[in-house]
Design a protein around this ligand. Structure first.
Ligand SMILES: [Zn+2]
Ligand SMILES: [Zn+2]
Length: 560
């Protein structure tokens, strides 16, 4: 280990997202003391909302900590172009005012996003070539090509005064990828020979033994299936998976079929892939209009929607509601994907709707390989440990279950020091032992329409409550002396219409409010707050008696 230039300083990791969840990757690394550091940010990704976040599709890390000290932030360093690594750039980069570094493919997708947001001018993008090294303050950063499931994935070597740290980004070790680059075995071995202080490593598949199949095996299997398909065949996959898109184009050409692409995100990726030379002119992609005039056995449909996204092409096709594309009994849909945890219900919904149309669905199974993960299983992790021989290991990119599995694997493989950490913890990596030396505010922000709102105590909390119990709005008119002036009015949302006896629930609630207001007496009715509290209580109590649940109740007092 090289001696630190200043013995009081150290190099530390502070994840604001990505540790304890798969998604929302955002890792701060800093050289300095305590919270006083030169920081770099590695990746800036999103997570997707679900039923627990009604109205919120996209979630980004809470970056309050680094925003408050942005003069100490030197840059945002992007490992690769998946949404869980770049998706938050248009939401957050502008607030930080630092350049975004990445390879060409990642920057093409980021700049398309910035354009959509109308902020291209405000975020500086700096291209880094794979294998290149940049210097941010005292931290040298080398991009090391790895294999994954989209173009230009990189691990980072961080050269610091306290030694070298490897941040793997997302990777697998695929000896036979179908698009470049190859996995950088030699570079990792050389770095290992020179000495690695700590390895911060992808944990996604750490529970799975063995190795993940190679992309080349999937390509072979897909080619066979497409060649044998009797009628139309549709392939759905992740829109950024250029290797898979290329395989489908080649399989189609071999089978004498044309490829029709449905889905905006996939078309944009195809353009970016052409720009970086990963698709060639002979890889032909037609647009949706071509679908109508191609013979049933002359077409392969390539479409988005493998996760059951309701607005994606596949969902509309399954509903038989797509304006230009329809499938018929005997056609096939291949899910060249896996279902991200949380999306199971939506995906099964689509599979069932396709089955209703008489369409045959092919899913990935060990017997019929139509997908492989881009993340390392246990034998691949051990192979990387052997190449690098790190002194310390810190699992990341996983839920605690996955990170704990990797920790145990590393311990069993003889890595002496390991640490499990959580978002918001500042972990010293070197020099000295791994140790959490501080804890800072972390969490998430929800993208709510055009706004960023707090994740924990933001509007979604109330929205979720409303979704369980509905709402009652009650308006009463009183004069300054407390006399009742006119009938109370009520509006309800999301409540049952009738009680068990067949009475109108709203009538019962309105009666309860009227009675309570009468019973209050004039003197107490002069006080708005007392009126509001009394009526809320009366309506909630009546609802509980008739319905068994208490709605959210709002009372408006008009003084006339
Ligand atoms: Zn990835
Ligand atoms: Zn990822």
């Amino acid at each position: 280990m090289s001696e630190p230039s200043d013995p009081r300083k150290d190099f530390a990791l502070l994840p604001l997202g990505g540790v304890g969840e798969i998604g929302m990757n955002l890792y701060l690394y800093g050289w300095g003391r305590g919270l006083n550091r030169q920081w770099i940010m590695v990746d800036c990704g999103v997570m997707f909302g679900d039923a627990a976040t009604p109205g919120v599709d996209v979630i980004v890390p809470d970056i309050t900590f680094i925003e408050e000290r942005r003069e100490d932030l030197l840059g945002i360093v992007i490992t690769h172009a998946h949404e869980d690594h770049i998706g938050a750039v248009p939401w957050l980069a502008q607030r930080l005012g630092v350049p975004v570094y990445g390879t060409k493919f990642a920057l093409l997708l980021i700049s398309a996003k910035l354009e959509e947001f109308g902020i291209s001018e405000e975020v500086k993008l700096v291209e880094v070539k794979p294998g290149e090294r940049l210097q941010l303050g005292e931290i040298g950063i080398e991009y090391i090509p790895v294999t994954h499931s989209l173009p230009e994935p990189n691990a980072l070597a961080l050269f610091t005064p306290a030694g070298t740290i490897i941040h793997t980004g997302d990777f697998k070790i695929d000896p036979t990828p179908t698009i470049p680059p190859a996995f950088s075995y030699d570079r990792f071995r050389a770095l290992g020979d020179a000495g690695i202080e700590a390895l911060v490593c992808d944990s996604t598949n750490a529970l799975k033994p063995g190795r993940s199949p190679s992309e080349a095996e999937v390509a072979q299997s897909l080619k066979k299936l497409i060649a044998a398909a009797p009628h139309r065949v549709a392939v759905t996959t992740f829109s950024s998976h250029v290797a898979r898109i290329r395989t489908v184009a080649e399989a189609a050409a071999q089978a004498g079929r044309e490829v029709v692409v449905a889905g905006y995100a996939m078309r944009r990726v195809i353009e970016a892939a052409r720009e970086v030379g990963l698709l060639e002119p002979h890889h032909r992609f037609l647009d949706e209009d071509a679908f109508g005039y191609l013979e049933r056995d002359k077409v392969v449909l390539l479409c988005t929607g493998s996760q059951g996204e309701p607005n994606a092409a596949l969902s509309r096709i399954a509903d038989d509601a797509h304006p230009r594309i329809a499938l018929e009994p005997g056609d096939q849909v291949i899910f060249s994907s896996f279902t991200i945890p949380g999306n199971e219900k939506a995906v099964f919904g689509i599979i069932n709707r396709l089955a209703m149309l008489g369409v045959d669905v092919i899913l990935n199974t060990p017997q019929q390989l139509v997908h492989t993960s881009g993340h390392p299983r246990q034998d691949e992790l051990k192979e990387l440990y052997d190449l690098l021989r790190p002194r310390k290991l810190v699992p990341m990119h996983g839920e605690f279950l996955h990170m704990r599995a990797q920790q145990k694997l590393a311990q069993a493989h003889g890595i002496g020091e390991t640490a499990l950490m959580a978002d918001g913890q500042l972990l010293r990596l070197a020099p000295g032992p791994l140790e959490v030396i501080a804890e800072v505010e972390s969490g998430c922000w929800h993208v709510d329409g055009k706004l960023l709102v707090p994740g924990r105590n933001g509007p979604v909390k109330e929205r979720r409550k409303l979704s369980y119990v509905g709402m009652v709005a009650l308006s009463v008119a009183l004069d300054a002396k407390g006399n009742i002036r006119g009938a109370a009015q009520m509006v309800t949302e999301g409540l049952p219409e009738f009680t068990a006896d067949g009475a109108l629930l709203e009538d019962i609630l309105l009666d309860a409010a009227d009675n309570a207001l009468e019973d209050m007496g004039r003197a107490r009715r002069r006080n708005d707050e007392k009126v509001i509290d009394t009526l809320r209580l009366a309506v909630r109590r009546a609802a509980k008696a008739e319905w068994g649940k208490k709605p959210v109740v709002h009372v408006l007092v008009n003084r006339v």
